[in-house]
Design a protein around this ligand. Sequence first.
Ligand SMILES: C[S@@+](CC[C@H](N)C(=O)[O-])C[C@H]1O[C@@H](n2cnc3c(N)ncnc32)[C@H](O)[C@@H]1O
Length: 264
Amino acid sequence: MNKSPLEQFKDDISQRVSEYPQNQPLQSASKAFFDQIGVGKADYVYNFTWLGVPIIQIPQDLQALQEIIWEVKPDLIIEAGIAWGGTLVHSASMLAILEVCGEIEQGHVLGIDIDIRPHNKKMLAEHPLAKKITMLEGSSIDENIIAQVHQFAKNYKRIMVCLDSNHTHEHVLAELEAYAPLVSQGSYCMVGDTVIEDAPEGMVSQRPWGKGNNPKTAVWEYLKHLQQGQSLGVDGELLQFEIDHQIENKIVLTGSPDGFLRRY
Ligand SMILES: C[S@@+](CC[C@H](N)C(=O)[O-])C[C@H]1O[C@@H](n2cnc3c(N)ncnc32)[C@H](O)[C@@H]1O
C-alpha cells in the first residue's frame, strides 16, 4: 500500500535519526556544545522564557515535549521542580492548545516544589494560564505530598509526569517509585538533567549530585527494578517503561539522554 506523504516524512525521520548515534562529527559537535553551555560557563539554560516566564530547559527538549504532548494528549501533567515555573506554563500552554483543537476536554498541570519563592508564586498567579496550574509546596518525596498528588490524579484520565527537582540518585529514584505508577499507558515520564552523568569532570561541582549519582543512574536502577519485579501502575496494569531513544537522538542536544521514558 502507498504511504501518505506524512507517513513517508516520518519514515524519513526514523531513517535519518537512526544514523545519528554513529555520526561522529555530529556527536562531537554536540559534546563540544555541552562542554561550553553549563553552569559557570555560558549558563545557557538560564537564557529563556516561555510566555514570559523563565524556563530552565534546553530549547530542544521543549520541542521534544511538544511532540510528546501532541501524541499523548494528556489531561494532567505532573511536574516535580517548579523553579520560576516556565515548564509549568509550557505544559499549561500545550494543554490549552489541545483544548482549542478539541483533543481534550480540560487539561491541568500540577507542580510540586520544596520552595516556591513569593515572586514566582505571584507571577504564576497573575499569568493568563494560572487557572490551568495548581502548585503544592513541599518535598516531592514527602509522604503527604505523594498522597495529595495521587488523590489529585484520580480526577484525570491520561497522565504524564516530568521530574526535574533534586537531582540526586536517591531522590529521583524515590520520585520514580512514587509517580511513575501514575503515568498512563502510552504516556511518558520525562526525567530532567540525566545529562549530568555525561558532563565533563569538574563541570558539576558544589552540588550533591555528579557522575554516578544523578537522574540517569536513578533511571537505570528504576528500569532494572521494574524488570526484576512485577510492579503495577495505579490502573492495575503491569508497569513497563522503555527509553525513547528516537526522541533524544533526533533533537541531538538534550538535557535528558535516557530520560524520555515511555510506558508501554
Ligand atoms: C532545575 S529547577 C526546576 C526547573 C524547572 N523545571 C524549569 O523547567 O524551569 C529545580 C527545582 O527543584 C526544587 N527542588 C529541590 N529539591 C526539591 C524537593 N525535594 N522536592 C521538590 N522540589 C525540589 C528547587 O526548589 C528548584 O526550584
